[in-house]
Design a protein around this ligand. Structure first.
Ligand code: TYD
Length: 206
């Protein structure tokens, strides 16, 4: 890991894939190298973004409204937090980014791909994560994990199994489209085994 330049690392996967444990491990590993790391999430990451998160997670809305709000929150996130952090050489670790919009809104809900591409280009034509982990797990396993750890399910977590099958497929399609950036990690295993793989892949990000 270079001390000279900030890197942008994102974490993806269906609800219940086990991202949180892995994010903590990666943040610790980067910090242990004496590097500045900014941990953030989408939707959210800024005061406005967190308000938009409340809305998109809990308020019923049209699919295109949902996609636009995800990208509106993202534009703010990039301008106020991600881009300044990278510019000063910090690492940015985000729990979800644009691959989630592809997986959930395009794959899960059926948003037209050309609309997705237009928004992606508008909001961050110049920037993609340096490395993206997709935690891949069978939706049945993820649902069990969610059921054992949750209080109140949001609009996405309440979706049925076939929705998460489509979301998972869309993540895998995105990984095939961007193999140099996106690493698919088998998240059905014990968390420690997953962490070992994740940290090994992180090391290769010079
Ligand atoms: P998540 O990241 O899983 O947070 P938590 O673990 O606190 O529930 O929740 C965010 C939800 O938002 C998740 O179900 C996926 C969804 N989402 C989209 O549908 N599109 C997006 O672009 C993003 C960033 C998230």
């Amino acid at each position: 890991m270079s001390a000279q330049q900030g890197r942008f690392v994102t974490f993806e996967g269906i609800d219940g894939a086990g991202k949180s444990t892995q994010i903590a491990a990666v943040v610790d590993a980067i910090r242990a190298r004496g590097l500045e790391v900014v941990q953030t999430r989408e939707p959210g990451g800024t005061p406005l973004g967190e308000k938009l998160r409340e809305l998109v997670l809990h308020e019923p809305m049209n699919l295109e409204t949902e996609a636009l709000l995800m990208f509106a929150a993202r534009r703010e996130h990039l301008a106020a937090l991600i881009e300044p952090a990278l510019a000063r050489g910090a690492w940015v670790v985000s729990d979800r980014f644009t691959d989630a919009t592809y997986a959930y809104q395009v794959g899960g809900r059926g948003l037209a791909e050309d609309k997705f591409r237009t928004l992606e280009h508008w909001v961050h034509a110049h920037l993609q994560p340096d490395l993206t982990f997709v935690f891949d797990v069978d939706p049945a396993v993820a649902a069990q994990r969610l059921a054992s750890g949750r209080d109140q399910a949001d609009r996405f977590e309440r979706e049925q199994r076939d929705f998460f099958v489509r979301v998972r497929e869309a993540y895998l399609a995105r990984a095939r489209a961007f193999p140099a950036r996106v690493a698919v990690v088998d998240a059905a295993r014990a968390p420690e085994a997953v962490t070992t793989d994740v940290l090994a892949r992180l090391e290769r990000l010079a």
